[in-house]
Ligand binder design. Structure first.
Ligand code: FE2
Length: 374
């Protein structure tokens, strides 16, 4: 049973459908009208500004007609139909999020149990586009990383992975960077060390939101790649100690990279970043590029350091990590605003040649949304 009723002064209406009651304001409905005077028919861009809509806009009539919600506005004397599914999808009559660090439905935090279900795509299939690409992009969006197998093994093959969803983000390291390791027992300590899991380049603002790491040669044993879900780590920290979570979200850290005379990259951003409504939106964690943190008041600095230490311990916990080995022609894509990555130590001798580059996740999300809409 569907019904609609207007509030006494016409400021809002109440739409009842399938046992759900949702209110919509007059001004919100008017601003979101889809008629051809409000929105361009081709690209959906809004043709008017809010200043073109009277501030005193009221609802004067509303009914369900032809499977749509038909609404009349005054003083414009305008009648507009709203698609019922669109209204249901965009309903906002719900409680504000209660907890700091909430995640949207499209995101699933994970730990080492994801090891048996690493999101994988076959390059040849992904390159055709369509469903295979959509499904793989959906998993990358959900889990913050994905592996690609069966790709080419030429110099620069990593760009063909970026071409699947977006554009390379060039930096002062160039369009891509080389990760070549000669593993030799006499200097193993210098070349084959493992690294603590980190997000890349937190000293950039904005940070590159996608990293691609592509394997071209691999004859050394070990050197597996490892990923940790920074969202899962932050939520575990919150569960263990709300104050620790809060202090890392409340205050900005500082990150810096000044590797040569022409470079001095600096940023001031929190290790755990929340949207104004508490949504967990990014994690930055990189011991090598953390600068002196000087935005935490003296009284909170001890707690800040205890929280930073505990977050690092959680990240180092094997129960949080997923490891996989990249063979030539294999690569992985990681959401660098969420998922931390690292390389395990090498053993034995041989060579590893990987190439890496950055891209941005707006392109990846856009490709996924466009494929999903088809
Ligand atoms: Fe890295």
């Amino acid at each position: 049973m569907t019904s609609v009723t207007l509030s006494p002064n016409g400021d809002f209406l109440t739409f009842d459908a399938e046992g759900q009651s949702r209110r919509f304001h007059a001004i919100w409905l008017r601003d979101n009208a889809w008629d051809t005077e409000t929105r361009a028919p081709g690209n959906g861009q809004r043709l008017i500004a809010l200043r073109d809509i009277p501030a005193e806009t009221k609802l004067v009539a509303a009914e369900i007609a032809d499977g749509a919600l038909r609404v009349s506005f005054a003083p414009e004397d305008k009648t507009v139909d709203f698609d019922l599914n669109w209204l249901a999808e965009n309903a906002y009559d719900k409680p504000a999020p209660a907890e700091l660090g909430w995640l949207g439905e499209a995101v699933t935090p994970w730990n080492s149990s994801l090891m048996s279900d690493v999101p994988v795509g076959d390059f040849q299939e992904l390159a055709k586009g369509g469903e295979a690409l959509r499904d793989w992009l959906g998993k990358v969006t959900r889990y913050g990383f994905g592996k690609v197998e069966n790709g080419p093994t030429e110099d620069g093959s990593l760009f063909s992975v970026v071409d699947l969803f977006g554009y390379v983000r060039e930096t002062n390291y160039g369009r891509h960077f080389e990760v070549r390791t000669e593993v030799n027992p006499t200097n193993l300590a210098f070349t084959g060390l493992g690294l603590q899991a980190h997000t890349d380049n937190p000293y950039r603002d904005p940070v590159p939101s996608i990293q691609v790491l592509y394997c071209l040669e691999s004859s050394a044993a070990g050197g597996e790649n490892m990923v940790v879900d920074g969202f899962a780590a932050a939520l575990r920290l919150r569960e263990e100690n709300q104050d620790y979570f809060n202090v890392l979200a409340k205050y900005c850290a500082r990150f810096e990279y000044a590797g040569d005379a022409d470079t001095c990259l600096q940023s001031r951003r929190p290790m755990i970043e929340l949207a104004p409504d508490g949504e967990l939106i990014a994690v930055r964690f990189n011991n090598r590029s953390l600068a002196a943190v000087n935005d935490v008041p003296f009284d909170d600095m001890a707690t800040y350091y205890a929280a930073y230490r505990r977050l690092g311990e959680i990240i180092d916990d094997e129960a949080m990590e997923v490891t996989f080995r990249l063979e030539p022609g294999e690569s992985f894509v990681v959401d660098n605003t969420r998922v931390l990555h690292a390389r395990k130590a090498y053993s034995g001798t041989g060579t590893r040649w990987l190439q890496g580059c950055y891209a941005d996740k707006d392109g990846l999300r856009s490709k996924f949304a466009a494929l999903s809409a088809k």
